[in-house]
Design a binder for this molecule. Structure first.
Ligand code: XMP
Length: 318
């Protein structure tokens, strides 16, 4: 019978034999798969594993710093690369969802390739690919591996793509990855994270992206997600997030008429992201969250809750 501990023991031995004393590069996304892959490889080859964690400027509030610290505390040899400006500049004026995705994928590859070149004599590229990625060849959870796969045939092959590939989680399902992570002592907050799309908040800001909109959405999203955690609802939800809509609506604040932005909150139940149902969150929670958002986030005067299931509505709005 399959056990996480036996998997770890066998895989670490195999990785040692396969890689020897060669260097490996791995892109961390903050998600479960790349984190578990990194810890497994770290157990096998230590600091010969060079992890790269890129801030694309479209992550959740405080995410880059918090997760980078957590990775360092776990003993990973990780380099944080803040490429926010490069991504946001490249996205300027872009409103089309697929073009946003392409731009982010392209810039990610450029940044990752630059960083990979700085690791001298690297021989391997590790990826957190899991079994469903292999059969669908599209990752529902995203992250660097998904980005790389869907874009590697655009233009010439970047140099890191010429490395030998190692994918230690390739035969595992998501729940098995979580169990493996748990058996190696990964923190529950890392293992229980909701899926988050590779293009991040870019596809939750409908229309063009500005630094101001990113800042607004980060605050809104933070209030919503922290609220779910405080109310013990986070683990009951498969994925949640906020969308910044490209509409202003009229409101009143004191004696003043306002004309400000509207945000939509979305929380879904799902097993694989292919189908999803909206979650029946308690009215009291929605009431409190809506008040907090409108009172604390300047520029937002209206909050709506998305009650659409997939299909036909997708989880993301773009
Ligand atoms: P949809 O919106 O298609 O989302 O119902 C299903 C799941 O996929 C995630 N998603 C993405 N992940 N890059 C990613 O890495 C993307 O471009 C992307 N689009 C959607 C979404 O967050 C959900 O978990």
């Amino acid at each position: 019978t399959w056990t996480p501990a036996a998997f770890v023991e066998t895989t670490v031995a195999e990785l040692k034999a396969k890689i020897g004393d060669e260097k490996v590069i791995l892109g961390l996304s903050g998600g479960v798969d790349s984190s578990v892959a990194a810890v497994l490889l770290n157990k096998a080859i230590g600091d010969n594993l060079h992890c790269i964690f890129v801030n694309n400027g479209l992550l959740r509030k405080n995410e880059f710093d918090d997760v980078l610290h957590q990775y360092k505390d776990m003993g990973l040899n990780v380099k944080g690369v803040d490429a926010s400006a490069r991504f946001l500049d490249a996205l300027e004026g872009e409103s089309d969802p697929e073009k946003k995705r392409k731009t982010i994928g392209r810039v990610f590859i450029e940044v990752f390739d630059d960083e990979a070149h700085k690791v001298e004599n690297a021989k391997w590229l590790a990826q957190g690919t899991i079994y469903p990625d292999v059969i669908e060849s599209v990752s529902a959870t995203g992250g660097p591996s998904a980005t790389i796969k869907s874009h590697h045939n655009v233009g010439g092959l970047p140099d890191f793509m010429k490395l030998k590939v190692v994918e230690p989680l390739k035969m595992l399902f998501k729940d098995e990855v979580r169990r493996v992570g748990k058996s190696m002592g990964l923190e529950p907050n890392l293992l229980g994270r909701h899926p988050f799309p590779g293009p991040g908040l870019a596809i939750r800001i409908l229309g063009n992206i500005t630094r101001e909109k990113v800042a607004i959405l980060q605050e809104v999203d933070h209030i919503f997600i922290q609220g779910l955690k405080d109310w013990g609802l986070y683990d009951k939800v498969w994925q949640a997030g906020a969308m910044l809509l490209p509409v202003n609506s009229v409101g009143v604040m004191g004696d003043e008429r306002t004309y400000e932005k509207c945000v939509a909150l979305r929380a879904v139940e799902s097993t694989d992201g292919m189908t999803a149902d909206w979650v029946n969150l308690p009215y009291e929670f929605l009431q409190k969250t809506s008040n907090d958002i409108i009172n604390k986030v300047p520029g937002v005067n209206r909050v709506v809750y998305d009650i659409s299931s997939k299909p036909p509505a997708t989880i993301e709005w773009e």
